[in-house]
Design a binder for this molecule. Structure first.
Ligand code: 4AD
Ligand code: MG
Length: 465
């Protein structure tokens, strides 16, 4: 091998295309397939930089059968050769191999031999599935969306504010937290009343993994003005659904001086930006997923970008559901926490557009939401999407010290003095929301199951790798 030629990614080579024809290139990757005859062998090489393979042509007057024998599906190789215009169909350029180095063979028990493994099978092989076309596409799109999120907020002057993953507060109050402890579980220290004595625990108090960075995010927003968090969150709900994970990533912007309408505007602009970014930057991958899994994917994405989201109070949404004549599995009445079937009816059948549902009954929403003048509803906003249901949950926050402390007392929450200080000193109207990152990735990839849009999914009774 020539030492002074630098490796190029397959993506770069295919993008450069004709302009590099005639040059020597150096490529490294994993073999997808090898086929051919006694005179010539064709290898489809993939290095993860793009869904497209680079075709490597081995002339058997230069290479022996013996040399090429280790090149099987899954093996890893290094090739130097001349980039030429391709004679065959399906690619514009290919590499005429001159030098070959085998990095690693893949014995014939390599699990990804065939095309068209089921997603269920691949979930069992989650440690290898990033090497498939489908997961390569999903993971590149996931990356692009994460990048778009940072770009969107940075361009608007938001500060990326890091909130803790280990916390002593319960933002959503749903009791779905994972505890963090170093106490010996089979010999717990007890106080005089027989309760666990957390003063002996690592942090000297009960601590958990965060379900949301919002409360700490509000401290950031009431100092820096516009902030966002983007990190892992953890929920110990026993939800075995295609839309729930126990560990998922959440994007949470929090904005001082924003009222609920500003919050909705931002949420809508934000989602549309992310989807447009993916369409502009990941078209090869999106087209692959469109062609193989979901023929309406691209048109659905374009539709969402082009149309205004419906904005509808919860009370009117419930009325539509009550009067629609459809038989739901779960009953609908004013005050009920809507199920996914209700949300999807509004979005997919009634409006046929994303819907932002607002002004929910206070009983079914978290303590921090701003109370409306009716005394019954709060300034909440859930963004509901086709196929997904709730993709964003947010609200205007209660900024009034008295009202908020009454609500905290009503619900029996303790240890919130630090949070109340944002209302005690220089309180301001403010709002924010949380986007479930994997639900966005689900929507943009058209995948059906949230376990297929994160490399290592965590869900009840599963913690592999
Ligand atoms: O609606 P949620 O519970 O809202 C909050 O946590 C607020 N503190 C956010 C805020 O205002 N800053 O969660 C926000 C979003 C949901 O709309 C959903 O997309 C996603 O997080 N989500 C989940 N995604 C995957 N698996 C789960 N178990 C999820 N739970 C919520
Ligand atoms: Mg919610």
């Amino acid at each position: 091998m020539e030492q002074d030629i630098r490796r190029k990614t397959v993506a770069t080579i295919l993008t450069d295309g004709d302009s590099s024809v005639g040059k020597t290139v150096d490529v490294k990757g994993w073999v997808r397939t090898r086929r051919g005859n006694k005179n010539v062998q064709f290898v489809a090489l993939n290095d993860g930089s793009t869904i497209n393979n680079l075709q490597i042509v081995f002339d058997l007057s230069k290479f022996s059968e013996e040399q090429l024998k280790p090149i099987t599906t899954g093996s890893s190789i290094h090739v130097q050769g001349i980039l030429v215009k391709s004679q065959g169909q399906g690619q514009s350029v290919e590499v005429q191999a001159q030098d070959l180095e085998i990095y690693g063979t893949a014995p014939n028990d390599y699990p990804l031999q065939k095309k068209g493994h089921t997603l269920e099978f691949l979930r069992e092989k989650a440690h290898l599935r990033p090497r498939t076309n489908t997961f390569g596409a999903v993971l590149r799109i996931r990356h692009a969306l994460a990048f778009a999120i940072h770009k969107f907020f940075n361009d608007k002057g938001f500060v990326y504010f890091h909130t803790p993953l280990i916390t002593a507060s319960d933002c959503e109050g749903a009791g779905a937290q994972f505890q963090v402890t170093t106490l010996p579980l089979n010999d717990l220290p007890k106080d005089e009343e027989g309760n666990i004595d957390y003063s002996e625990d690592f942090f000297g108090k009960l601590a958990s993994l965060t379900v949301s960075g919002q409360l700490e995010g509000e401290l950031g927003a009431t100092a820096l003005g516009l902030i966002y968090t983007f990190g892992p969150t953890f929920r110990a709900e026993n939800s075995n659904t295609p839309r729930h994970l126990s560990e998922f990533w959440m994007v949470e912007p929090e904005m001082a001086f924003y009222e609920i309408a500003d919050n909705m505007d931002l949420a809508e602009e934000f989602i549309k930006y992310c989807i447009s970014y993916a369409l502009e930057n990941c078209m090869d991958d999106i087209r692959f997923l469109n062609d193989h899994f979901d023929k309406e994917l691209i048109s659905r994405l374009e539709f969402v970008i082009k149309n205004d989201f419906v904005r509808l109070p919860y009370t009117e949404g419930v009325k539509i559901l009550e009067e629609c004549g459809k038989k739901f599995e779960f009953p609908v009445y004013w005050g009920v926490d809507l199920a996914s079937e209700h949300e999807r009816f509004l979005v997919e059948e009634h409006f046929k557009k994303p819907v932002i549902l607002t002004d929910y009954p206070k009983e079914i929403k978290a303590f921090y939401m701003k109370l409306n003048d009716d005394g019954k509803t709060v300034r909440a906003m859930d963004v509901l999407f086709p196929k997904i249901g709730e993709i964003i949950g947010g609200s205007q926050r209660e900024e009034n010290f008295e009202k908020l402390s009454n609500r905290i007392e009503e619900l029996g929450l303790t240890g919130m003095d630090w949070y109340m200080d944002t209302r005690k000193y220089g309180t301001v109207p403010h709002s924010g929301f949380g986007l479930g990152f994997e639900r966005l990735v689900l929507f943009v990839t058209g995948m059906q199951n949230i376990r297929d849009v994160i490399p290592f999914p965590r869900y009840p009774k599963n913690c592999e790798y």
